[in-house]
Design a protein around this ligand. Structure first.
Ligand code: MRU
Length: 351
């Protein structure tokens, strides 16, 4: 089933509540764009393409919430809703990209002579649904390109969660691994647990179990050990934003993983739909990095007891930027991009 989906019987947005996995598999339903923004902030839904789709459907909710009687009034309400949704998480460009794509479809409709507020309302949902359907198709294309990079017998380190749960379905980096497995390649995955929210230990491990792919969870600080021991052939991760020069913002820890990969001659691949590529930014230093609450780092327990001192303080940047020189290739739905990224990336991204 899809991670993010519109329920046409209830006209509500439904999403798998990722905060409760792997213990509880449950759907949460949303009736307003504000609730949707809150769900994105609290990581009910997370992963760049999944939050893009959630935001698009959030716009469809906003269109239904609005009491506007004319198209200009509805557009004005939609612009307010867009601002709320865009503010929910700053780093993944897919969020703003999805909201802007809805406005693109509305302008096209206006230019084609469309009018009528109800048609406009319906168009928001139609475009959101199209975006969600395309996400699945794009992921499958990316997976086919990326799977060619994986050899039979490879052990792969994977960071964060990039699977079906991070997208509408199938996934980015984990989608590549899943496709390679379905092609019959024997693969072993070392799953970075991905502190502090443990997307790897909780979500990637859960997905790999569903697919029957062999894996072991490692704590993030073990990856260098395994690479140095010659036990790892490839590193795969997703991204939340890739800039014009090929710098990659992804879940915190990706930079250190990529440094260790480079030092050990292990190729490191980012797997990203072109909706994650932001050609408007020249380099990764310009990407806004979300800093989340200290509690995500501090509130951990071992044997039922809190680990950190009561008054401890923490820092919690949710993402880091891996400079392009550490990236071997960027897998997109249009093929694998190799350096120099500033020259080659634009050729793979549709205008
Ligand atoms: O904070 P999250 O869980 O939303 O971060 C997700 C990641 O960093 C993923 O690896 C990323 O979105 C790329 S793959 C879908």
């Amino acid at each position: 089933m899809r991670t993010v989906a519109w329920n046409y019987d209830t006209n509500l947005l439904e999403m798998i509540d990722q905060r409760r996995l792997p213990e509880v598999f449950t759907l949460a339903a949303y009736r307003t764009h504000r609730e949707t923004a809150q769900a994105i902030r609290e990581m009910v839904v997370r992963g760049a393409p999944a939050i893009g789709a959630a935001a698009a459907f959030g716009m469809a909710l906003a269109a239904r919430e609005s009491a506007a009687a004319t198209a200009p009034q509805l557009l004005s309400d939609l612009h307010k809703a867009a601002a709320t949704l865009k503010e929910s998480r700053p780093t993944a460009v897919n969020l703003a990209w999805a909201v802007d794509r809805i406005f693109g479809a509305l302008s096209q409709w206006e230019r084609a002579g469309g009018d009528g507020v109800d048609d406009l309302r319906q168009l928001v949902l139609t475009e959101a649904q199209k975006l969600a359907d395309e996400d699945v198709e794009i992921n499958k294309r990316m997976a086919a390109h990326g799977a060619e990079l994986i050899a039979d017998g490879d052990t792969i380190i994977h960071h964060c969660n990039t699977g079906a749960l991070a997208t509408v379905d199938w996934g980015t980096a984990l989608g590549v691994i899943h496709t390679a497995w379905e092609q019959g390649k024997k693969i072993h995955v070392l799953v970075d647990e991905t502190r502090p929210r443990l997307q790897g230990a909780r979500l990637t491990a859960w997905e790999l179990e569903q697919y029957g792919i062999p894996y072991e969870i490692i704590s993030d600080n073990m990856s260098g050990y395994f690479m140095r021991a010659g036990k790892v052939q490839k590193v795969f991760f997703g991204a939340d934003r890739v800039t014009a020069n090929g710098d990659v913002a992804n879940k915190i820890g990706t930079y250190m993983l990529s440094l260790a990969a480079r030092d050990n001659g292990v190729p490191a691949y980012a797997v990203v739909p072109t909706s994650t590529v932001d050609l408007s930014l020249a380099h990764g230093g310009l990407i806004p990095i979300e800093e989340r609450t200290q509690a995500e780092v501090l509130d951990i327990q071992l044997a039922g007891e809190r680990v950190t001192p009561k008054n401890a303080k923490a820092r919690n940047p949710a993402f880091d930027v891996t400079p392009n020189r550490l990236i071997t290739g960027i897998v997109t739905e249009n093929g694998v991009v190799y350096p120099p990224f500033d020259v080659n990336l634009p050729k793979f991204v549709k205008p």
